[in-house]
Design a protein around this ligand. Structure first.
Ligand SMILES: Cc1ncc(COP(=O)(O)O)c(C=O)c1O
Length: 399
């Protein structure tokens, strides 16, 4: 029998849509981590991975769970104690009685975003997305067969804000959902009462889902973030995707949840089930312990102190402009006054000052000319990095 070689077995078309965004965006980060590995003193501000240790009582709860032998299959929608803890936590955050039927545990917000999109988007649907967009949004929308239509934030008075006029201009009769991310990465914009009401009214008017990526909901500084999920009108059309990665320094644990109308939650559960068949129990025990902690207040205060000192230092430079983030773990610096592009500035900063920042053009055309700085290093390290950033801008402009 002759052996057949099948080099041409089919590859699903959606694999193209699932591919991560531009790898160029991460070239500075990749170079920085390599230099660091080789012993160079690099300050890495390219990624948003909290530098804090996961709190002890979370770690201990997970270890105790392992020792109890909780190493078996779990329910696809999450273990009961975690869903109970989420129910209490979210009822308090949103000001209404969240029910157990609204809650699905998932493995980080990314897993939640993918699962939700699979359940609300048909091939060929238009899906609105806030722009600048988190780099995985094209893949979660495209992976469900949707066409991503960007809805640019409005840039006024040194702030990016949600602009309903841009959403009205982008919506079509094929639109089925709006992928909304506030508090926003990378601009740090939050949402006020009027903006939250406006987006809910917009989605109701056009009969589309509102998917709120709220991974930074706990980390707001100047004014409280108003979640669209807190509005009564949102309850039957909105889905929230949540995470403990940032608020509880648990990025590597891969744990979060989805809040969805009870009538729809079963579809999302089916998707999570098809992918995962339930998450690890010890992780979920740790997460449940974390939700009883109030650690988010401490995290918020630490990021706020870092934000303030970074903004003070960069604002003192006449060659850079920093946007004061209202929330989150990033800040955007406008490097255009130096005459360099964001990519040129980022590479020069890495080579000459040993600091890595992310060229923000990868998020959107709106952030061309900006670099994104992560607040995920101790204050004194961030201040040292800020001094080096200012020094580079001074040298470029005086040379
Ligand atoms: C806007 C946004 N959504 C989703 C995620 C993914 O979060 P998780 O670690 O919970 O998957 C991130 C992580 O940086 C993010 O910034």
């Amino acid at each position: 029998m002759s052996q057949t070689r099948k080099d041409d077995l089919p590859v699903a078309k959606r694999t193209g849509a699932l591919k991560a965004g531009s790898s160029d965006a991460w070239a500075v980060h990749d170079a920085a981590t390599k230099m660091k590995r080789n012993g160079e003193d690099i300050i890495v501000l390219t990624i948003g991975d909290p530098d804090f240790e996961t709190p002890d009582n979370i770690v201990n709860a997970a270890i105790e769970s392992l020792h109890r032998g909780e190493t078996h299959y779990t329910a696809a929608n999450g273990i009961l104690p975690l869903r109970e803890a989420i129910r209490r936590y979210e009822s308090e955050r949103l000001g209404w009685d969240v029910s157990m039927e609204n809650i699905l545990v998932c493995q980080g917000a990314q897993n939640g975003l993918y699962s939700v999109m699979q359940t609300i988007v048909n091939p060929g649907d238009d899906v609105l997305s806030i722009d600048p967009a988190y780099p995985t949004f094209p893949a979660v929308i495209g992976g469900a067969g949707g066409n991503m239509i960007r809805v640019p934030l409005k840039h006024t008075d040194g702030q990016f804000r949600f602009d309903v006029a841009a959403a009205e201009a982008a919506v079509t009769d094929k639109t089925t959902a709006f992928l909304f991310n506030f508090p926003h990465n990378p601009t740090g914009a939050a949402l006020n009462q009027q903006e939250a009401e406006t987006v809910v009214a917009f989605c109701r008017r056009h009969n589309i889902w509102l998917v709120c990526d709220e991974v930074y909901a706990e980390l707001t500084f100047d004014a409280p973030y108003v979640s669209p999920m807190s509005l009564p009108d949102a309850r039957d059309i909105a889905i929230s995707v949540r995470s403990m990665s940032k608020s509880h320094a648990m990025s590597g644990w891969r744990v979060g949840w989805v809040l969805a109308p009870a009538t729809h939650a079963g579809h999302i559960q089916n998707c999570i089930n098809a992918m995962l068949f339930g998450g690890a129990e010890f992780i979920q025990r740790g997460a449940a312990a974390g939700l009883e902690l109030n650690i988010a207040d401490e995290m918020r205060a630490a990021y706020q102190r870092r934000r303030d000192s970074l903004v003070d230092k960069i604002s003192a430079s006449s060659h850079l402009k920093i946007m004061r983030p209202e929330s989150g773990i990033f800040a955007l610096i406008d490097v255009r006054p130096t005459g360099l592009t964001e990519t040129e500035f980022a590479w020069k900063l890495l080579k000459e000052k040993k600091v890595s920042v992310l060229p923000a053009n990868s998020f959107s055309n709106l952030t061309i000319g900006f670099v994104r700085v992560s607040l995920c290093v101790p204050s004194e390290v961030l201040e040292e990095a800020a001094d080096r950033i200012v020094a580079l801008a001074d040298e470029i402009t005086s040379g």
